[in-house]
Ligand binder design. Structure first.
Ligand code: NAD
Ligand code: WQD
Length: 342
């Protein structure tokens, strides 16, 4: 019998790629998503890749009654990967209560069901946003967290605390928080990828939409940072590499290989790249000239961050493998596919 994994937010960007990797490793997957930021057609596209349409239920995990009722009907779930959350930093500043309700209440509802229905394992999507602008680079898992720059960032910080405290009080639950750096790219099939609603806030979707002619010009936010070319530096991680780390984390928990009941891992490449380096690499990988201009800094942006991935490399035996060119090309192929560009 295959082990069944619940993937919340499984029709979303990172969730859908993780479902593919889980299925290809031999796990059974059930997805819960309220489709607030994704489409139902993702299920068919997953089936085109893996041959298996995942089981799916649509409801809001912030609804305690529906969440409890779901777990009452699915007593065979061995682990949960909890992706479902609202993730737009700017929107979270405008609508903090929406973010606190959605992101905190859904995790609390799930953890209550872990206890009630004896589900022993959880993997949680955290973010490098919890480090703010660190005093020392690269950041290890022991780098102190900083006050969040946004309500969204604060939900990740508080959710980590909720998870840690709940595990401390319930020794039968084991959890792994994965702190993602900047996920980019798409599946090599170009059948699943990131689908931002409206104007993209993140760099790579804005780059691909500019290349596709949907946006006239990319604004590069700031060239006066204290970095090698003046633009801000991030650690851009391929979404398929990231998805694979979730399978490793699930294997670790199911095989009881975890060292502590609550563990944290940074998921990045270990290399920092500037905005201008991303622009140049995209141009080289796709042979497309990007229309961009340098503008002022974006409020709330940090100057630079990249991950020390030693702990994930050594303890999980996982490493980001994809080259940047391949990753940027995959993002472009996905954009072309959804826009019908040859
Ligand atoms: P996404 O928006 O593509 O996927 C999230 C999914 O969760 C969506 O399909 C949405 O419909 C669903 N969802 C949201 N609230 C829900 C609720 N209450 N009930 C049921 N479904 C709900 O986002 P993503 O980029 O795949 O991110 C996944 C996770 O990773 C999130 O927790 C996000 O905060 C975290 N994360 C993302 C990034 C990033 O840059 N993409 C970086 C660090 C951390
Ligand atoms: C990357 C760089 C921008 C758009 C966000 C969240 C973070 C995490 C990942 C979830 C920055 C620059 C961007 C543009 C630009 N998400 N940029 N022009 O801000 O590092 O992180 O997503 O947890 O919490 O804050 O990612 O892709 O928005 O920006 O110059 O049009 O690209 O200033 O330096 P960010 P991003």
């Amino acid at each position: 019998m295959k082990n069944k994994i619940l993937v919340t937010g499984g029709t979303g960007y990172i969730g859908s790629h993780t479902v593919v990797e889980l299925q290809e490793t031999g796990y059974d997957v059930v997805i819960v998503d309220n489709l607030s930021n994704s489409g139902i057609d993702v299920l068919d596209n997953i089936k085109k890749i893996t041959g298996i349409k995942p089981e799916f239920e649509k409801f809001d995990l912030a609804d305690q009654r529906k969440t409890d009722e779901f777990f009452g009907r699915h007593k065979d779930i061995k682990a949960i990967i909890h992706f479902a959350a609202s993730k737009a930093v700017g929107e979270s500043v405008e609508k903090p209560l929406l973010y606190y309700r959605n992101n905190l209440v859904s995790l609390m509802n799930i953890l209550e069901c872990h206890i009630k229905y004896n589900i022993p394992n959880i993997v949680f999507s955290s973010s490098c946003t919890v480090y703010g602008q660190p005093d020392q680079l690269p950041v290890t898992e022991k780098t102190p967290r900083k006050d969040a720059e946004s309500p969204y960032g604060n939900t990740k910080r508080v959710n980590e605390d909720i998870l840690q405290d709940t595990i401390a009080a319930n020794s039968e639950i084991r959890g792994i928080a994965l702190r993602y750096f900047n996920p980019i790219g798409a599946h090599s099939s170009a059948l699943i990828g990131e689908l931002p609603l409206g104007v993209p806030q993140n760099l790579v979707p804005f780059v691909t939409q500019t290349a596709a002619g949907i946006r006239e010009q990319l604004s590069v936010f700031g060239d006066d940072y204290n970095t090698r070319d003046g633009s801000a530096i991030r650690d851009y991680i391929n979404v398929v590499d990231l998805a694979k780390a979730h399978v490793v984390a699930i294997d670790r928990l199911l095989k009881g290989k975890n060292k502590l009941n609550y563990e944290i891992f940074n998921l990045g490449t270990g290399d920092g790249l500037s905005v201008l380096e991303i622009v140049k690499s995209f141009e080289k990988a796709t042979n497309i000239k990007l229309n961009y201009k340098i503008v002022g800094r974006r409020a709330g942006d940090i100057e630079q961050i990249w991950a020390d991935t030693t702990y994930a490399n050594e303890e999980l035996g996982w490493k980001a493998e994809k080259e940047l060119d391949e990753t940027l090309l995959s993002a472009w192929n996905w954009e072309k596919n959804i826009r019908g560009i040859q």
